[in-house]
Design a binder for this molecule. Structure first.
Ligand code: NAD
Length: 342
């Protein structure tokens, strides 16, 4: 099977490429390298046995997308390419609507024209916005009301896929799609070949590890007076290896006409304090912690109800222990304190 992985030079996309190669698939990565890393592709080439093609292009470049789909006989697309900084999306909303939604529309149009049968889309729990307490843990039927342009840009793509799928089901080129709504993705490839490298880094586990490595002075905890057991925000951390495992399971099960959505999380939350304690345990290093104000739009508790994917596909996350997740992230950051530039 030939799989097009958009955003395959990024954190999650590169892990998906490694997994697809291990499964024996042929992979084409399409990435504009706006925030991705050629070093990730070079590392993946060492385990690809000639089955990995890299194309430096934008998903909104219609001609390039068309020729890639035609040249490689793509059967399925895993669409990771996007900008994903919530704060930046508030500052530059139209950049996010252009890059994540308008350009994705071009990709989807060309995919349908080429007769691609399966599309797996990286959506996010940010499409739920601030769910009411009755929807915690969050099921897929929780109302989707994003509170920032990033979440909204992702919801637009879900709607494009849903409506196009329904219309195509009546025609000659039906396709199936799944919107996978990730919670907080963390950890790295256990082999240490590839890892997480965002600039700026905003995810808590890498930020704390960078503090352990002396690259940051201190960790700031944004709000200690939330209605949670220790007063700090609670989030659902899913290991990137589990996340890509779910992508493969979903890809194999998709049939033409399927329009699915699954929440990808472990189904329980860890507080910010629990993350800090885990990093201390795993690294054996203590660090300075500063108190910060609550950030707007940070709900107290966000974690998935992952029952739907378990019931429909028998899939659950293998790693639910926070220390185990942090350990693989530490393995990467300890070896690559400055990411791929190290
Ligand atoms: N990291 C998380 O915790 C998380 C949580 C929820 C959802 N997601 C989603 O998962 C996906 C991957 O996230 P990540 O953390 O790996 O991000 P990342 O920034 O590491 O990777 C994104 C990749 O997409 C590429 N890209 C961006 N816009 C492009 C375009 N227009 N054309 C071609 N390539 C483009 C970038 O160069 C980069 O290689 C994103 O869609 C993100 O919204 C991530």
């Amino acid at each position: 099977m030939a799989v097009l992985v958009t955003g395959g030079a990024g954190y999650i996309g590169s892990h998906a490429v490694k997994r697809l190669l291990a499964e024996g698939e042929t992979v084409v990565v399409l990435d504009n390298l706006s925030v991705g890393h050629m070093e990730a592709i070079e590392a993946l080439q060492t385990v690809a046995d000639g089955r990995l093609t890299f194309v430096k292009a934008d998903i909104g470049d219609r001609e390039r997308v068309r020729s890639v789909l035609g040249d490689h006989g793509v059967d399925a697309i895993m669409h990771f390419a996007a900008l994903a900084q919530v704060g930046e999306s508030v500052q530059r909303p139209l950049l996010y609507y252009r890059n994540n939604a308008a350009s994705a529309l071009t990709l989807i149009e060309e995919a349908l024209e080429a007769g691609v049968g399966r599309i797996i889309f990286s959506s996010t729990c940010a499409t739920y916005g601030e769910p009411a307490e009755e929807f915690i843990p969050i099921p897929e039927h929780c109302p989707q009301r994003p509170i920032n342009p990033y979440g909204m840009s992702k919801l637009h793509v879900e709607h494009m896929l849903r409506d196009a799928c329904a219309a195509a089901a009546q025609g000659e080129k039906p396709f199936g799609f799944a919107a996978l709504r990730y919670f907080n993705v963390a950890g790295s490839d256990p082999d240490g070949l590839i890892g997480e490298d965002h600039d700026p880094e905003t995810h808590i586990i890498p930020v704390v590890l960078q503090t352990v490595l002396g690259l940051r002075e201190a960790v700031t905890v944004f709000g200690e007076d939330y209605p949670t057991p220790d007063g700090t925000c609670v989030r659902d951390y899913i290991h990137v290896e589990d996340l890509v495992d779910a992508h493969v399971a979903v890809m194999r099960s998709l049939r033409p006409g399927d329009a699915r959505a699954y929440n990808l999380g472990i189904g329980k939350g860890y507080s910010v304090m629990e993350v800090l304690d885990s990093v201390r345990r795993v690294t054996g290093v203590d660090f300075e912690v500063r108190k910060g104000d609550r950030r707007p739009g940070d709900p107290p508790r966000l974690f998935a109800n992952p029952a739907k994917i378990r019931e429909e596909l028998g899939w659950t996350a293998a790693t639910t222990d926070l220390d185990a997740i942090v350990a693989t992230a530490w393995n990467w950051f300890n070896e690559h304190p400055n990411g791929y530039k190290s």
